[in-house]
Design a protein around this ligand. Sequence first.
Ligand code: GLY
Length: 581
Amino acid sequence: MCKVKRRSSFKTFVAGCCFLFALLPVVAGAQLKNIYSQKDLFHPVLAQNGMVASQEATATQIGVEILQKGGNAIDAAVAVELALTVTLPRAGNIGGGGFMLVHLAETGKTVAIDYRETAPAKAGRDMFLDKEGKVDRDLLESHPLSVGVPGTIAGLALAHKSFGSLPWKELLQPAIRLAERGIPVTRDHVFTLLKGRERLHKWPETRRTYYKPDGSVYRVGERLVLKDLAKTFRILAEQGPSAFYEGDLARKIVRFMESHGGIMSLEDLKNYRAVIREPVRGTYRGYQVFGMPPPSSGGVHVIQMLNILEGLPIGESGHNSAQTLHWITEAMRRAFADRSKHLGDNDFLKVPVSGLTSKAYAEELRRTIEPQRATLSSDLGPGDPFPYESDETTHFSIIDRQGNVVSNTTTLNFSFGSGIVVPGTGILLNNEMDCFSAKAGIPNAYGLLGGEANAVAPNKRPLSSMSPTLVLKDGKPFLITGSPGGPRLISAVLLQIIHVIDHGLNIAEATNAPRIHHQWRPDKLRVERDLNPDTRRLLEERGHQVTIANSIGSTQSILKTPTGLTGASDPRRPGALTMGY
Ligand code: GLY
């Protein structure tokens, strides 16, 4: 109880929401054992067989239902992602893209599925610059030109074809039902629709889809029915995933693009491919860490930062102490400086992955860290890893009874992406082109600097921060985690790993612990409001420019412990739920 009281009122409010969500299966009459409750804010959900942690309660419940009826983690992932399209449209999607790590219990193998959007074939490096050479934010963020070729359906289809066990058609059914019958509008939904009203009203079909006929926002508890989306799901169920990329759905997407100044073509859709890649790998204090390779920057930099920190006595310096946070900040500063120069789509340039993730390079960077003094970002640039070179988003985590794992992060980029719903389909499109560097040296919407490596080019994938992560212990799943939050999600994932491995926090404590984020430029150490003020002062005395951040990330994590599976959904954003059985 004391612990709960010490949290900010927001977290207490959200804990209340968690309690209400905990009642959801009971209200729905479902046969699921849900052991999440208010007192669980600092105690994880505990289960023995399988577990799903996602940002939205109904989607989590659907995932557990799939597991309970004999589907594996990959089947559950397909159903959860499709359900999120209905229940969490600001991030869940079939019009965006993402990254999925899959670990297979039988072979012990881990693979990375890249279903990131691609730039259309007619895209060019200066397509977002106006006559004066300035970046045109509207084109980049809320225009048909901002849309990358969607990868989600191709990614889910590839995961399912390669590793799924239940029929594809069956996995579409929960999403069809949800979209057809409608979902009760939540406070979170109302909030995001109010916040996004101006952008979303710009497009008549989006306004028609998500708002009442008079343009007002639905009230909490009213039903939002998505008939066109249900029809699209039915087409995908009956005709298979290729129906998204060829045929009527594709024609509707392209017709809209052509009549509104877009450049995406039928060829772009037909040529889109999700790709199975080798994950990036690292080790941290005896654990094996798997992350997403480029075009994600997350996997590389989580491993790079862990390598830097491995040589420092983080465990002894104490959980969230000023000394620990100083070291973590300096690791973040150096990794994000490298991100600005070296990261992009590996299919288009040589990203120095093995250099960036090498222990030797980390040691070189570690030597530049002063133990008591912040490095000024202006005194630091991207490093040179080559000598060591041998050659608004949402996350869910799933583990099944056999020990198969999915760690999946997916995004439309902004909340509701470009804000464009394709007429007659219910498909909400991403604005992932914003993740390219529209102009070298000009920060994107997340304040991230990028360079040549991430310039726009035809068919290229824009750089991402998404970092679905899997940590193994002795080759077996240990921690499954990930988060939304643009570049801040990389920090959230790093901190989850450190909180658990270095400080022995349980997964709920780790999830609730105050977070920090530094991305090199701007030279600001963002800390959450409930980081101890004394610690903030000590960090400032070391030269860090500390600013208060509202919240950093929203992790959905599962941790395997000797007593069983434990899991926790982040209370920073409402509506999330972890459930096990
Ligand atoms: N859309 C944000 C990212 O991919 O990092």
